[in-house]
Design a protein around this ligand. Structure first.
Ligand SMILES: [Fe+2]
Ligand SMILES: [Fe+2]
Length: 263
């Protein structure tokens, strides 16, 4: 490996101001995970937070997250998930770049790679029932098309909270990205996406879909138990918390995960 860029990946932090009954305390979990990650990957280039930053999308939880991140000596790239609130996030994290339509997505150079972070939080339309599913919508797909065109031949890593295809958990597959096939059509046309990174499931999953490799990471808080069937999206187990390490190098991408002791 001549050149390598390293990302530390935390997803599904679910920060709250008040403790949720029966759930681990998110702030101490995140602090313990960050300390473990920064000491075990001291040459990391940045930290990616892949959505569900908070559980209820409230200002207090975003402020609490912001306070934890103040001690982090690396650039931090926050993304949104279904539990987030775009307007409140932008209020508390006003310096985070957004695209021309106000979606929290951007392109970050990563050595020879481009890291493209997408905003898959549904933009609610009048009359729509609330859903924990994700979407890119025509505006965000057009933005991604332009970003991939701009990247030219550069290899790309796409990070998105919602998996853009089924991952085998029936309940979670019911709230995956709604326009995943359009996303896959688009990246197939460009042919430069080497790796997709996701959260949302709260479990380590690797695979490929239509030829593109993907990785899903565990959360610092509750994990998804091995129950493939059923329709309960809220089941959680107390498997150890974890974070991911993604290494982009001249010949491709490596993906690791690391459990850390719960405080
Ligand atoms: Fe989550
Ligand atoms: Fe989620």
């Amino acid at each position: 490996m001549q050149h390598a860029s390293k990302l530390i990946v935390f997803t599904d932090i679910h920060m709250t101001v008040k403790l949720r009954a029966g759930c681990p305390e998110p702030e101490s979990r995140l602090r313990a995970g960050l300390a473990h990650a920064l000491s075990s990957v001291p040459d990391a280039d940045m930290i990616l937070l892949m959505g569900d930053l908070t559980h209820w999308g409230d200002r207090g939880s975003y402020r609490k997250l912001r306070a934890v991140l103040e001690d982090v000596p690396l650039p931090v790239v926050p993304m949104l998930g279904n539990h987030d609130n775009r307007a409140k996030f932008r209020e508390i994290f006003p310096e985070t770049p957004v695209d021309g339509s106000g979606f929290v997505q951007r392109v970050i150079p990563l050595g020879a790679h481009r890291l493209i972070t997408l905003d898959t939080l549904i933009a609610p339309r009048e009359g729509d029932a609330f859903s924990h599913a994700g979407e890119l919508c025509p505006a965000r797909l057009a933005w991604l098309d332009a970003a991939l065109t701009e990247a030219g031949d550069a290899p790309c890593i796409v990070a998105m909270h919602h998996p853009p295809h089924a991952t085998g958990f029936e309940a979670m597959d019911g709230i995956m990205l709604r326009d995943g096939e359009a996303f896959h059509d688009l990246i197939a046309r460009h042919g430069t996406v080497q790796q997709i990174l996701c959260g949302h499931i709260h479990r380590t999953i690797f695979g490929s879909y239509r030829g593109t490799p993907y990785a899903v990471f565990k959360s610092p808080v509750g994990q998804m138990p091995l129950i493939f069937a059923g329709d309960d999206t809220s089941v959680e187990c107390h498997d150890p918390p974890a974070f991911g390490i993604v290494i982009a190098h001249d010949s491709g991408v490596m993906v690791h995960t690391e459990d850390f002791p719960a405080p």
